[in-house]
Design a binder for this molecule. Structure first.
Ligand SMILES: [Zn+2]
Length: 363
């Protein structure tokens, strides 16, 4: 075993992660998931020296067989064929480009590499800074800017290791990770905990009543927060739901769908958090990993569409994960607190606990 200091972080990226781009101008939703968000955020992290403290690794390419751990052959073939053609639509807000297949395979390969490095003991944590994102991709459908579900594939890959019997996936992207949720919905070995913005007027997927099925009942934990939720609501949900859920499930590995589009300055999400919440996730996940004696955590980039907010947000997560104090960053500005939203979220959190915790004790 290589002797590494406690809490070493691998930072996995690739210069070719910028290759795929959907052919849309602003203000189309598709235009926000672009190479620029990647380049500006990476430059910010480099300038702040955040990456000097990490082990930098180039993402390897996944194989088609790896992708088939989760996805249907039909989905994989469609991505391949449309990448060869160079254009075409795969699903809602999921379009091909000539470089789609190779960029998507690198993103998946990066997530798997993060798992390998953590499982081998080379590092305690890995941050996979790759694109396109993955958590909306279901078994057979690409959608919502996502093609291959990187975190789901990496989780299945981790479960092939004899030491790993249970994996928790924490998803704090602004949107419900419908793909990841579907893939593991009846799987008792994978716990999925999602913090997301929820539209209580047009009920869609991501409601707290979705708690998993069959053997997997109680392992799907949705935390559907109200639009414009502030940092304090995330803080409360971390303390009252995330920490007890992980303690009840006792994962050997923690995976994180790290989406940063709940940031108040994000053009896609409508929440009201800043980098302080992203530090909190890093700090809290670090502590849980240690208290549960888990092998480590693997973070996989999902959303985050304001390039100038993405850098500070990831920086704050990395600081928390490295047990550094909460940094003061340029995006941390005072915003008006809506007490009604805070109170309503407390009711939501109570409802989540009331619905799902009865299934935890049976484990
Ligand atoms: Zn999102």
């Amino acid at each position: 075993m290589i002797d590494v200091p406690e809490d070493t972080i691998a930072f996995i990226s690739h210069p070719k992660a910028i290759m795929h781009q959907m052919p849309f101008p602003k203000p189309h939703l598709e235009s926000f998931e672009n190479p620029l968000r990647y380049q500006i955020a990476e430059r910010y992290l480099e300038k702040r020296g955040a990456l000097d403290r990490t082990i930098r690794i180039k993402a390897p390419k996944a194989t088609v067989d790896d992708v088939l751990l989760v996805h249907s052959p039909y989905l994989v073939d469609t991505v391949r064929i449309l990448s060869d053609i160079g254009s075409g639509q795969l699903g809602e807000s999921a379009y091909a480009s000539p470089d789609l297949l190779r960029t998507a395979l690198l993103a998946t390969g990066g997530a798997m590499k993060g798992v390998d490095m953590v499982l081998s003991g080379e590092v305690k944590h890995a941050f996979v800074f790759m694109r396109p994102p993955g958590h909306h991709a279901t078994t057979s459908n690409s959608m919502g800017l996502c093609y291959f579900n990187n975190i789901a594939i990496a989780t299945k890959h981790a479960l092939k290791n004899d030491r790993i019997k249970r994996v928790s996936i924490i998803d704090f992207d602004d949107h419900h990770g419908n793909g990841t949720s579907e893939i593991f919905y009846a799987n008792a070995d994978v716990q999925y905990i999602s913090f997301h913005e929820y539209d209580y007027e047009n009920f869609g997927l991501g409601h707290y009543a979705e708690i998993g099925q069959g053997e997997g009942k109680g392992t799907n934990v949705n935390i559907p927060l109200i639009e414009a939720s502030p940092d304090i609501s995330y803080d409360t949900a971390i303390k009252r739901i995330l920490e007890p859920a992980l303690k009840a499930f006792k994962p050997q590995l923690v995976m994180v769908s790290a989406g940063y589009d709940a940031h108040y300055a994000d053009p896609v999400g409508n929440m009201s958090v800043d980098s302080r919440t992203y530090w909190k996730f890093g700090d809290s996940i670090n502590k849980i990993v240690h208290s549960l004696n888990a092998v480590g955590s693997v973070w996989v980039l999902e959303g985050g569409y304001n390039p100038f907010a993405l850098g500070p947000s990831i920086f704050a997560s990395l600081e928390g994960l490295a047990r550094k104090p909460k940094p003061e960053l340029e995006d941390q500005v005072e915003r008006e607190l809506n007490e009604l939203i805070v109170e309503s979220n407390i009711e939501v959190i109570d409802k989540v606990l009331e619905t799902v915790t009865p299934f935890w004790s049976k484990k």
